[in-house]
Design a protein. Structure first.
Length: 196
């Protein structure tokens, strides 16, 4: 026991933890903060790629469109793919902390379904259109004149559509991860308390 300045006694022993909670949150903040940064890089890369793709003006010969396609490809290669890969790895590590609980929640199931279907489809669409623009001169020489094909401007429009859909999908996934809506799930029924 010690005496403070007012003459009152105070105990020097630490309080007893009667609630069973561990101090701190463990490794979760060290995974969550880098994941937020990775998602920001991924989302920022998508927005930057869409801005670059929409900034291209009319170009009948396709030279400026090919330069635009190169810039979009670099943004995707150096921002979107690394940011998405890092966010996926960190998200898996976060889920593995409480897998039996998290994988039963409907918001996470919907989020995983969107992530399994959306990004691969958008990636292949945008990549195919970028390659079509980059190889437009070679393709024009190799294909017959009568064969229908997308022009570089049409391919760029499809790439813009794919990037726009990827941005909308990313926003939806971010809202699901942040708000964690119940989506009609009865948590009391999904997580019954064990009877004593």
């Amino acid at each position: 026991m010690t005496t403070d300045t007012k003459g009152m006694t105070a105990s020097t022993t630490p309080p007893i933890n009667i609630h069973g909670r561990k101090p701190g949150r463990g490794i979760r903040p060290w995974l969550l903060i880098p994941k937020v940064i990775a998602v920001a890089i991924f989302f920022g890369g998508l927005v930057a790629a869409l801005v670059v793709a929409t900034a291209a003006g009319p170009d009948p010969q396709g030279h400026a469109l090919r330069q635009t396609a190169e810039m979009v490809a670099r943004i995707i290669r150096w921002m979107v793919i690394p940011g998405g890969a890092a966010a996926a790895v960190l998200g898996i590590l976060l889920t593995l902390q409480h897998p039996s609980i998290l994988l039963r929640q409907r918001w996470l199931q919907v989020k995983l379904l969107l992530l399994a279907l959306g990004p691969p489809a958008m990636h292949f669409l945008v990549r195919a259109m970028i390659e079509r623009i980059r190889q437009s001169e070679i393709a024009a020489l190799a294909r017959p004149i009568a064969a229908p094909a997308l022009s570089p401007s049409q391919a760029l429009a499809w790439a813009q559509t794919g990037l726009g859909l990827a941005i909308v999908l990313t926003l939806l996934v971010m809202i699901l991860g942040r708000q964690k809506p119940r989506l009609g799930q009865n948590w009391a029924r999904a997580y019954p308390r064990p009877r004593k």
